[in-house]
Design a protein around this ligand. Sequence first.
Ligand code: BGC
Length: 770
Amino acid sequence: MNPNLRTDEWKIIEEGFDPQFNRASESIFSIGNGHMGQRANFEEKYSGNSMQGSYIAGIYYPDKTRVGWWKNGYPKYFAKVLNSPNWIGINISVGNEVLDLETCKVESFRRILDMKSGTLEREFVCQLKSGIKISVQSKRFVSMADYETGAIEYSITPLNKDVNITTEPYIDGDVVNEDSNYNEIFWKSVSGNINSEKAVLVSITRKTNFHVAVAMKNLILINDHVISPEHNITRNDKYISRIYSTNVKKGNKLTICKFASILSSENHPVDRIAELAVDKVNKTLTAGFESLLKDHKQKWSDKWDECDIIIDGDPSAQQSIRFNIFHLYQTYTGSDHRLNIGPKGFTGEKYGGSTYWDTEAFVLSFYLNTADSGVARNLLLYRYNHLQKAIENAEKLGFKNGAALYPMVTMNGEECHNEWEITFEEIHRNGAIAFAIYRYINHTTDVNYLVDFGLEVLISISRFWCQRVNFSTVKNSYVILGVTGPNEYENNVNNNWYTNTMASWTLQYTLESLVKVEAISKDKFRSIIEKVSFSNDEAEKWREIVDNMYYPVDDELGVFLQQEGYLDKEQLTTDMLDPKERPINQNWSWDRILRSCFIKQADVLQGIYNFEERYDPETIRRNYDFYEPRTVHESSLSPSIYSIIAATIGNIDEAYKLYLRTARLDLDDYNKEVHEGLHITSMAGTWLSIVEGFGGMRIKKEKVILKPMLPGKWKSYSFYFRFHNNIVNVTADSDGATVTNLSQNIVPVEVYGVCEDIDPGKKKKFGRKD
Ligand code: BGC
């Protein structure tokens, strides 16, 4: 953990520069606007430890698969989140010396991520080898008001001498991915066009042929007055820049404003992309830095008005929940159904792809509750639009008749994950996609989604489950063999309780949905049935599987078994582990991990979380008490689910401990990997831990249930959620909870067991009952 990070309710502050934490800080201080983003790389040259990263949503490279032993069914490529042209760079020379924090003496340093306004700022004083001292301030943002615009204001003040300063804003298309499988360069050709009027670089990806145009404009100012210094142009292969040389008197401030427009062929015709990028950047220059920043801040302010969580009495928890919400909205805003939420967002290369089951299992609920329902609908449509690919994906593995297996990792619907135990076996992901449809409709009442899109997806997923089970004459039940559950520290197991539960629930929900759609519109029902050639025999078979599915349980312990044979393992608990050997995935051989009873992430408990209403509190408690001590939480997806369940069974201290682990996972670098990027999924889990955990919020079809409790240190907290598209605020303190209906419709609630209809614009206080 970086000891230079400071607690502040709205900011992440790094006070002092320690190069060993630079990569981690580059992840933590990343900025983005849902369409592009980048790590907090310095604008000026830095020769120390750094990972350059600028990313544009939807722009990827199909990197040829690299595996030790090829297996039939493996995808041919892994979709790499592409490091794209660097638009933030500004080389600085002071006198004849290049400014580089690795080689000069840094006297003071501060990096600030201002989450309220969505800006990244930096200020430092350093002494160069020549003895010249300068102070530097920089501020940059990628606009939430215009997804294709970024701007930087960068100022240098010589403190002890008059000096000539050279500033060289550039666009660099010569960028690579650190995680390239075969050290390939992913950008095929780059062409720069720079003259006195314009500066634009067009880069094209190999294989996928994406075009990206980056145009820049610059302003030079002395003490905030624009000047027009002479300048030179460079145009190397894949690189364009302007070089301004300015004499600056001691104590005067030289500022360079750099504006960039970043356009991709996902949104613009390739033959006009350069010209459009230039037009856009000209407009941003005319608008000016302050005006662009004002619009950007306004968007953030509007966003915070609908999704902020305020915690009184615990500044560190306050900082971390805002950090989580902030990065979620930097990663995905929901305005484009072709986009999704990569586990690292725009903060690193690891994981590739843009879509995992994480989206449906965790992140969807965050957007359902903090944004207009169109955002969550776009996430569902993304999968609907990939249905054909999911069917092809299943066909490649031998399934037929329209069975769909959604990919574990994807960019365009095609599977691109290539470890057999995950690609072929971690099939529970299909269940999460079906469950997301249920969640969405339960939350929004948009049953039309089921009619227009959802039912087709459900039928195809159910066909998969129907073909994936087999009847065991020994068990006289349907079984699912050879799977990996959410706990990836077990592979190729039989009858993973979670997977079997999700499969049978999907079949049941599809059967109910068939009835529902027919009741809504006979015509539409008929046309879906014809389109997918659905037969009643299929429905019969699904019913039989639902009624006869096998679920492993241990009656003596009174717990659901993660999989058959789990109890054969040596039963140890995590407190017996040597702290030096944790995380075990960085210290133990894979073989040892597979044989141990230690669990990576919520598995049985993920199922209990999904279907809580099926189980009595004692059953939930027994399973929690059994599995939590065996769970190492080495997936970022884990602590939040345990925290919610701990709160549900009234174990508030434990819930709080786990909450801190999910909330501060990246800030405190629990898993020692934040240098690779942030954990966007766990950020949604953090939000859920407060709202569903401490707040006890559940959406039942006709009402909202709340049971807010107060973790130790907190004096009060408040959050927003949406119910049937109505915005509701809840403020909880030691006396109880106040529920405010901010919408135009009556909101029925049940708080601490008391039912009330809350009128539009009204609030109601409920006394605490534990
Ligand atoms: C988890 C998966 C998750 C992936 C991406 C893995 O470590 O085990 O469940 O989908 O990370 O977040």
